[in-house]
Every structure is written in structure tokens, then in C-alpha cells.
Design a protein around this ligand. Sequence first.
Ligand SMILES: Cc1cc2nc3c(=O)[nH]c(=O)nc-3n(C[C@H](O)[C@H](O)[C@H](O)COP(=O)(O)OP(=O)(O)OC[C@H]3O[C@@H](n4cnc5c(N)ncnc54)[C@H](O)[C@@H]3O)c2cc1C
Ligand code: FES
Length: 256
Amino acid sequence: MNRLFHASVAENKQLIKNHYLLTLRPLENIKKPKPGNFFMVAVDNGLDPLLKRPISIHRWLDGDFQLLYRVAGKGTSILGGKKPGDILEILGPLGNGFPLNIKSENIILVAGGLGIAPIFALAELLRKRNPSLFCGARTKNEVLCTDELKDIGIDPVVATDDGSSGKKGNIVNVLKEHIKTSHVTDNILFACGPEPMLKALSTLAEKLNLQGYIALEQHMACGLGTCLGCVVKTTKGYKRVCKEGPVFPIEDILWE
Ligand SMILES: Cc1cc2nc3c(=O)[nH]c(=O)nc-3n(C[C@H](O)[C@H](O)[C@H](O)COP(=O)(O)OP(=O)(O)OC[C@H]3O[C@@H](n4cnc5c(N)ncnc54)[C@H](O)[C@@H]3O)c2cc1C
Ligand code: FES
């Protein structure tokens, strides 16, 4: 199997302003990614930008696969201009992915904003185990994938900062209330989202003695474990997000 491969763009659909769903068709055999794996995507054939950009697997569609991304800067803005038939050079799947030998019956998934990109892949895989999914976003139109989640039998709990969809406020507080009122003790968390959300979640996990895993989205250069550009401080020393991660036990991360 090739880790460096080419894929043609089948569709690059704009969902809302600056958010795209990219469907890719690999032109060579590739390894099936697991939830939490990511791909390093070359957004251009030229030298600028030189570095590939890391994007999580969102959905695997029997050979084709989808990436859900937000335009953050130069690289993702070039990606936003891709048309059906364009060919991209891609490396992956990379990273450890979420652990899948889950014993707990009470699986809680938490997605903040674009964190739904990798969390959707996990939700789809675990859907028969009825996971609870908590989605936070700034405002209503940034709550993504709700129809697709319903299609796979998952009705997410939503919270928005401005109260325009679901509960008003922070998704971690909504989760805290849920855990308090459900009286279930063997919850296990899986989360991806902006750093402040992950920090708040790790504080909650420590307080309530919850087990869990978080997917980090650190800046990356090589994606292969050689440049050390993506290290994070953990209780077990410095770890490379691209190699030992991007998924880490929630209690291992030492936040700056
Ligand atoms: C393992 C992994 C998985 C990811 N999965 C997704 C995904 O599924 N969908 C998605 O939209 N994005 C994802 N990202 C983030 C994505 O890689 C960055 O947004 C992208 O590389 C930005 O490239 P750019 O050239 O557009 O922006 P740049 O010009 O490189 O940066 C633009 C701005 O974004 C900031 N930025 C760049 N990279 C990151 C980052 N990793 N985290 C936070 N801020 C950053 C920069 O500081 C700058 O302010 C993932 C990142 C990692 C490491
Ligand atoms: S990006 Fe180079 S070591 Fe992780």
C-alpha cells in the first residue's frame, strides 16, 4: 500500500462561508484510515506553499473519502479553489487514531466547531453502541453535519455561544450538567475542538475522574515524526502530535 498517493477531486462543496466538504478518489490503493488518523495534503503542485497541510479523515465511503475543512490561511484557501478532476498529492493515513477497544457502555463524543471532522468518523464507527454526541459551535450555521448525523442514527446535543441553536453557552458546561443528572459513572470521553474547549474538558475530566481521549491539532511541518515541529508537553515527556498522536489520553496533556 502506498502512503504517498494521488487522489482526484470528486467534489469540493462549500457548506457555509469558508467551510468545505472535499470528496477525494484515490488513484492508487491506500490503507483504510481509522477515526483520528489524518492526511497531509499538498494543496498545490508548485513550491508555495511547500508544506502539506494536515486534515483529519471525516468519512470513508468505500474507497472514496471525505475531508471537512475550514479556510484558515493560504493553504486551505488554495484547497477551497479545487475543482472536480484536479489531482492532489497526499500522504497518509498518519497518526495513531482513536483507541477502538472501548469497554465502557457510555461513550461520550464532544466536538467543538470543526472538531466534528474527526469526531464524525468515530461516531459513524461506534453508532451501534449509541454514543452521546455533544456539539458546540459559535452560532447556528456553524453547527455542521446534523443531517448526516441523523442519517446514521445520532441526534446530537447542540450548544451555541449565542443561543441561536440548541442550548446557549459552552458545550463543556452542557456536558457537565448531563453527567451530573445522568448519574452514570463509567463514561468515556472522546473529543476534538479548539484548545480552550479541550482545556476545560480536561479540567472537568480531572474533577469528575473521567477517562478520555482528545485529538490535538498542532501546527505541523513534516507530519512524519522527523522535524519535531509539533511536540506537546505531556506527563510522559515531549510527544510528537503527528507520530505519538494526534490522539492522547486526556490526563496526559500538560497545558501551557
Ligand atoms: C492532526 C490534524 C488534523 C487536522 N484536521 C483538520 C480538519 O479536519 N479540518 C480542518 O479544517 N483543519 C484541520 N486541521 C488544521 C489545519 O491543518 C490547519 O487549519 C491548516 O494547516 C492551516 O493551513 P493554512 O495554510 O490554510 O493556514 P496557515 O497560513 O498555515 O495558518 C493560518 C492561521 O491558522 C493558524 N493555524 C495553522 N495551523 C493550525 C493548527 N493546526 N491549529 C490551529 N491553528 C492553526 C495559523 O497560526 C494562522 O493564524 C488539522 C490539524 C492537525 C494537526
Ligand atoms: S510535524 Fe514534523 S515531527 Fe510532527
